[in-house]
Design a protein around this ligand. Structure first.
Ligand code: AHR
Length: 340
C-alpha cells in the first residue's frame, strides 16, 4: 500500500497534469520567458504541505443534533485545510455502504462515518481494510466480530444517557406512574443503548413502568404523530410521563400533547436527550422538564484522531465525549452558554 506522502505526491502530479492538459485544450498559450505579464512560475508541488483527503459518510439531517454535528465536522475540516468528501446518506444504510465503496475508489486517506444502524457493516469494512484505508467511527458504534476493522470510535456513552434520564424521571415523578417512550431509529446504537440504560435504572423503581413504546425515528414529525396515537389509545389517559430518545421527538410530542388539551411538562412530564437550543426554549416555557446532553460538536475530536492516524500515532480505541444533564429550573441561565 502506498503511504500518505506517496499518495499525495501522486495526486498532485495528476492534478498538475490535468491542469496542463486543460490549458492546452482550451488553447491557452504559454507566454515567452521574460514577458512582464507572464505569470510567475509555480513552485513545485510540495507533498508535505498538501492535506489528506477524508471521506465522511453522514447519516442525514433528521434532527437539530445532526445538523450541529455536520456543521462541526465541515467547519473543522475547513479550518484545518482538509479535503473533505462529504456524503449524506438520507437515513439509508445502503447509501452509506455505496458512499464507503466510492471512498475506496477515490482512494481517500481516511474514512470516517457515523453508522445509521449497528449491524451489517462487516463486508464493506473488510473491503476498506483490504484497500488499506483506516476507518474512524464517530457518534454511533458498529457491531463487528473483528475490532480491527476500525481504529477508534469517538462518541457519547448512550447507555449512561439512558440511565441519567431514568434517574431524573424517578425524581420528578416521585418514582411511580406510567411512562410512554419514543425510541430513535430502529437498530441504531442510540435507540438500543438509550432504551437499555433507561430500563436498567428503572429496575430500581418498580412502580415506574413503560406502558407504550414505539419509534419516532428521531424526527419531530414522527414524534408528534406517534404521541398522538399514544394519547388516543385506550391506555392514553394513564400516561403521566414521556421519555423521548431525542429532543426533536419530544418537541413534536409537545405539540401533540397540547393538541390533546393537556399541559406538557405538567400533566405529562417530559425528559429527552441531546440538549439542543430548542429544548432549552421549551424548558424555559415550562413544557419540557429535562434534557440529557449528548454533544454533537465532534469535529475537533474527530480531526485530532484523524491527524493521529495519519501520523501513525497510537489512538485510543474508545473516546467517550463528556456531557451534562440540564433541568427546567436552571434552563434560563444554562441557555446563555449553549453553542448549539
Ligand atoms: O446518534 C445521535 C443521535 O442521532 C441524536 O441523539 C439524535 O438527535 C440524532 O439524530
Amino acid at each position: 500500500m502506498p503511504d500518505l506522502a506517496t499518495k499525495l505526491t501522486h495526486r498532485l502530479a495528476i492534478a498538475s497534469l490535468t491542469i496542463t492538459a486543460l490549458l492546452a485544450f482550451s488553447g491557452c498559450e504559454k507566454k515567452p520567458a521574460g514577458d512582464a505579464h507572464a505569470s510567475a512560475p509555480k513552485p513545485a508541488a510540495d507533498a508535505s504541505k498538501a492535506k489528506a483527503r477524508i471521506g465522511f459518510s453522514q447519516i442525514g439531517a433528521e434532527s437539530d443534533w445532526r445538523k450541529a454535528n455536520t456543521d462541526s465536522i465541515q467547519a473543522e475540516a475547513a479550518a484545518r485545510g482538509y479535503d473533505l468528501v462529504f456524503v449524506d446518506a438520507q437515513q439509508k444504510q445502503e447509501n452509506q455502504i455505496k458512499a464507503l465503496r466510492s471512498f475506496i475508489v477515490q482512494d481517500v486517506d481516511v474514512i470516517a462515518f457515523s453508522p445509521v444502524v449497528e449491524t451489517g457493516w462487516e463486508p464493506v469494512l473488510k473491503e476498506i481494510k483490504q484497500a488499506g484505508i483506516p476507518v474512524v467511527l464517530t457518534d454511533r458504534a458498529v457491531e463487528v466480530s473483528d475490532p480491527d476493522l476500525f481504529i477508534t470510535f469517538i462518541g457519547a456513552d448512550f447507555v449512561e444517557e439512558g440511565r441519567r434520564a431514568a434517574r431524573v424521571m424517578a425524581k420528578i415523578t416521585g418514582g411511580k406512574g406510567s411512562i410512554a417512550e419514543l425510541q430513535g431509529t430502529p437498530g441504531s446504537a442510540p435507540a438500543i443503548d438509550r432504551k437499555k440504560g433507561f430500563e436498567e435504572e428503572l429496575k430500581n423503581h418498580p412502580d415506574l413502568k413503560i406502558i407504550k413504546t414505539q419509534t419516532g425515528e428521531f424526527t419531530r414529525a414522527k414524534g408528534r404523530e406517534v404521541m398522538e396515537t399514544f394519547l388516543k389509545s385506550p391506555e392514553g389517559k394513564q400516561i403521566i410521563a414521556l421519555y423521548a430518545h431525542n429532543d426533536d421527538m419530544a418537541l413534536g410530542a409537545i405539540q401533540a400533547i397540547e393538541e390533546a388539551g393537556l399541559k406538557p411538562g405538567t400533566d405529562i412530564k417530559i425528559i429527552s436527550i441531546d440538549a439542543v437550543r430548542p429544548a432549552f426554549d421549551a424548558m424555559i416555557a415550562g413544557k419540557l422538564n429535562c434534557t440529557v446532553e449528548c454533544n454533537p460538536l465532534l469535529g475537533p475530536q474527530l480531526f485530532d484522531a484523524i491527524e493521529a492516524v495519519l501520523a501513525k500515532q497510537p489512538v485510543e480505541k474508545r473516546i467517550v465525549t463528556k456531557a451534562s444533564v440540564f433541568e427546567q429550573a436552571t434552563a434560563a441561565e444554562d441557555i446563555k452558554t449553549r453553542k448549539y
